[in-house]
Design a protein around this ligand. Sequence first.
Ligand code: NZQ
Ligand code: ZN
Length: 392
Amino acid sequence: MDNFVFYNPAKIIFGKDQEKTAGEWIRKYDGHKVLLHYGGGSIKKNGVYDTIIASLKENDLPFVELGGVVPNPRYSLIQEGIALCKREDVDFILAVGGGSVIDSAKGIAAGVMLNEDEDLWEDYYMFKRGPEKALPLGTVLTIPATGSESSRSSVVTNETTHFKRSMAADCMIAKFSIINPETHYSLPPYQIACGCADILAHLMERYFTPTENVDFTDRMLEASMKTVINYAPLAIKYPTDYNIRAEIAWVGTIAHNGLLNTGRLGDWASHDLEHELGAIYDIYHGEGLAITFPAWMKYVYKQNPKRFVQFAQRVWDVEFSAEQEERIILEGIHRLERFFTELGLPIRCSQLHIDNSRFREMAQKIMINRDHEGEFMKLYEADCYQIYCLSE
Ligand code: NZQ
Ligand code: ZN
């Protein structure tokens, strides 16, 4: 096990009706003027918007609004948000929505505090560097998926350059995040599937580590993966079952709050391969991961077959057979693909009508400002291209 520092101060406020307390929490964290940030309108349809407005008013909190965040949140809206916060003397940001809204809020929070000579995109997102200061922010999470409600990162698309990049810093961790699984009932089945694919991917990125002797976190990761595998189909089948939604919501946060990668090095190649797809084709993050992850696995498993055998047996219950290591590994990958397919997700680019014409360009872009990609197996441009070909 490697040395580690674990720090996650995001206060999680979990359960029924908790979004009604948003205003009180902002007051506790000394907010006086709020930017209410949200997406394309789902919160207006399911009633969450009205509840939040009522809570802000009850707590005498003046606010300004900025809606319109889209999946694969755009850098231009972040710039608009920064200008708005400065103009209106905003001192607290409340993000109400999914990972896209929260990531956009984090970008605004950091951008407001930059010095004149700093450029948020060129100096931070493009170099995966974290800023030192950010406005405080809170979240009301409406889709379990990215873990952004307690993660350090913000992932954003620059629509001018077609790069999708991330930055991460402790100062961008939400002060509080409110998670009421009831507010997830209105999610379309496809978004539930995308969210669950992302949660599973966050667990697998941590699981496929080059670090040895990490049995405790292996076991926590396996339990978390089994939770997603058991409950994702149930969440689609019984969309208003609170207990099913609660399981998915909690594992989604734990998957990406830093706890499960303590003492081990993760591998984020499948995510970065997906971000290139998202930057060009504007696909949902979860559907992209259902494509890139199995392809990455097929390319790298020979690097450490023992770990892939463990994954197949402990997570997918593939039966043990001493002489047939490769068969076990491929069966594990096959069961992962079957799981994605049964959720209604694509597992090949062609299913999203994406052809191979830009695979070389994506493989090139992925290496910009990076020495290599991934840690389980270090990848370079030619490797990334081969993985895209496996995903065709
Ligand atoms: O925009 P609205 O109208 O709200 O609709 C959204 C959006 O269309 C809808 N939705 C959300 N909650 C809903 C709902 N519809 C009905 N009822 C509800 N309760 O769902 C759609 C997707 O929302 P989005 O926020 O884009 O989804 P998600 O949470 O999956 O976020 C994806 C983004 O997060 C990034 C991804 O790359 C992607 O850009 N990630 C962020 C990470 C982080 N900051 O730590 C880590 C992740 O690995 C990921 O990269
Ligand atoms: Zn993700």
